[in-house]
Design a protein around this ligand. Sequence first.
Ligand code: KDG
Ligand code: MG
Length: 402
Amino acid sequence: MKITAARVIVTCPGRNFVTLKIETDQGVYGIGDATLNGRELAVASYLTDHVIPCLIGMDPQRIEDIWQYLYRGAYWRRGPVTMRAVAAVDVALWDIKAKMAGMPLYQLLGGRSRDAVMVYGHANGADIEQTVDAVGQYIDMGYKAIRAQSGVPGVEKAYGVSGGTLHYEPADAALPTVTGWDTRKSLNFVPKLFEKLRDTYGFDHHLLHDGHHRYTPQEAANLGKMLEPFQLFWLEDMTPAENQEAFRLIRQHTVTPLAVGEIFNTIWDAKDLIQNQLIDYIRTTIVGAGGVTHLRRIADLASLYQVRTGCHGATDLSPVTMGTALHFDTWVPNFGIQEYMRHTDETDAVFPHDYHFHDGYLHCGETPGHGVDIDEDLAARYPYKPAYLPVARLADGQLWNW
Ligand code: KDG
Ligand code: MG
């Protein structure tokens, strides 16, 4: 069996996506996601100029060998651009293998570990009242787990707030928007938000919160301690994880569960955190870390230390990643939760898929492969538009972590 052609499709049905389509001499094709928010064309070029020429003529059944070829063979390992390109190839090849086998991908991975995948949705509002209402809307839709983010008094354009709609898209401008951050104000505010949420809805639902890399380890530990009475499912990305050791300080001071890893590229980014049991959930997903082949290794390492998965699932991960992640989640023994930030109707139309939401759970479907396709004619109607993530600055103008 041979790969006969491959091409990159860049489309913007409301937001940008980079998709790889690999064709074979058996008439079966596979689809992979290579979207890197705000840096899309870098991955498109990496694939078109440097990966696709090597793939032509290769045997698509040799998924592991092709993975090693693209990882070791490039000499320049790791990094978000490289690993997203590797992920796109890997996912397209798993799609082809599963289609050839006539099986949904989760069957090839080892079969079901669960009937459905618990997801968390994103509730947000300009203030406590709006955020409490938004959480109520998610509860009404059947969600068992909800992430809550709110505007913070005195902070301009706080992270995670969409202005009242249920959809939130951070890559919102042709050049980065400037947003604000204030640690003191946030530390005052966030415990009040969760106190109100628990007073209003009780303790039956899982509540989550994203610190989006903005706190120091000491501040993160402080917030984790203050939130303990409200029993969060997790606190996410509390401090940047380049220094994995930093999580030790947080861990020593709070029993609030910790999650990190949406920007990790490989097992090496997570190794110390996992082996030292400094986190509870690993957030790395399919497109972020080299596809199914590598994420499986991360999950297996995590399982040795009772760390569970919590795959990133923001809108910048295309339905191809969502569909593939759902097969992964359906199989992986140490599953924790799946993030589910719903795509727009335009995006869903460009990427027909058979996964569906019901009563707080996503179901991956039974179509052979990962179950997600691309409508290329429709995709062509939405040309690429430059769109960047914001930056964050403190009140004195200093740049902070967005
Ligand atoms: O592209 C950046 C987003 O994926 C990120 O800001 C979303 O933090 C995020 C999350 O937890 O979904
Ligand atoms: Mg996050």
